[in-house]
Design a protein around this ligand. Structure first.
Ligand code: ATR
Length: 275
């Protein structure tokens, strides 16, 4: 068998993922012998697939939609965060065991920090209650957010996250948009990309002002309609590219055990994304 170790992202669909380009760039830059591919899987084959990868010389895989809960259920050993979030986006294979991690919330947090935005003591609004929301809400509730609100088209899904966090650490999440001002607003919905590129997840944004920081997890387009509206209200904004890069850097370190230099973020930004 060759010495080259395999890595991959598993999801469906998967063809638009930037992860192969990002991870292969890091390996080349660091002179490490890993090759990162993309695997488009079906739900019915997920368990067999993931348990077969270590003997095919895979060091680990990233997991994306719709398999993060499947990976959570399949992992033999869960990190503290993966356990709390009920979701796994990074699996490491070691000695016949699957170790499950979740780097999404850390990626978001690091991206916010890079913009000088703190979480502690802030009034925070999440728009959306899909798979990307729960890890961030759980994490931010533990980082000392003053308040967390969730606004979602399907209220029941926001309520489920609220109930989950209440049970986990007795933190009260507010449902809906009830404040005149939020310090931090994060769009986790898919509204603003692909077929909804001309839409904003909310039309009335009087709760966003010049003292609000607005983050959109969407990075394509670079500036969503929602971010443009927020900027018209004087807010500072950022898209989700930073989150994508940071969660990838953390995952790469888990796969390889190598600590990457701080400069790697800017290297990826310029050499992979041309920014
Ligand atoms: P992901 O795993 O990427 O978070 P998801 O779980 O499908 O994706 O969640 C998508 C989010 O975008 C949800 O909050 C969804 O709202 P619903 O829970 O009501 O489905 C939101 N969303 C998607 N399309 C939307 C639309 N046209 N208007 C408003 N919200 C939308």
């Amino acid at each position: 068998m060759s010495d080259t170790k395999n890595l991959a992202i598993i999801g469906n669909p998967i063809e638009h993922s930037f992860s192969p380009a990002m991870h292969n760039y890091i390996s080349k830059k660091m002179g490490l012998d890993y090759v990162y591919g993309a695997i488009c899987a079906q739900e019915c084959e997920f368990d067999n697939l993931i348990t077969s990868l270590e003997c095919k010389n895979y060091a680990g895989v990233n997991i994306t939609s719709p398999f993060k809960f499947n990976a959570y259920k399949t992992a033999d050993v869960l990190s503290e965060k993966a356990k709390k979030f009920g979701s796994v986006n990074t699996c490491v294979f070691k000695e016949g065991k699957i170790y499950g991690y979740n780097t999404d919330a850390d990626g978001l947090y690091k991206s916010l920090l890079s913009h000088g935005v703190a979480v502690a003591d802030k009034d925070i609004l999440f728009i959306g209650a899909g798979g990307a929301t729960k890890p961030a809400v759980v994490y931010f509730s533990e980082l000392g957010a003053k308040s967390i609100s969730i606004h979602n088209r399907t209220v029941q899904k926001a309520q489920e996250i609220s109930d989950y966090v209440k049970k986990l650490n007795n933190y009260d999440i507010e449902i809906g948009i009830n404040k005149n001002h939020y310090d931090l607003v994060i769009n986790t919905t898919t509204v603003g990309m692909s077929s909804t590129i001309d839409l904003s997840p909310v039309n009335e944004i009087s709760f966003i002002d010049e003292n609000t920081f607005v983050y959109d997890m969407i990075y394509n387009p670079e500036k969503t309609v929602f971010l443009k509206m927020a900027e018209e209200n004087g807010a500072k904004t950022a898209n989700g590219l930073g989150m994508l890069i940071y969660q990838g850097i953390i995952a790469y370190e888990l796969f390889t055990g190598v600590t990457l230099p701080d400069t790697i973020y800017n290297d990826i930004l310029s050499d992979v994304f041309g920014k």
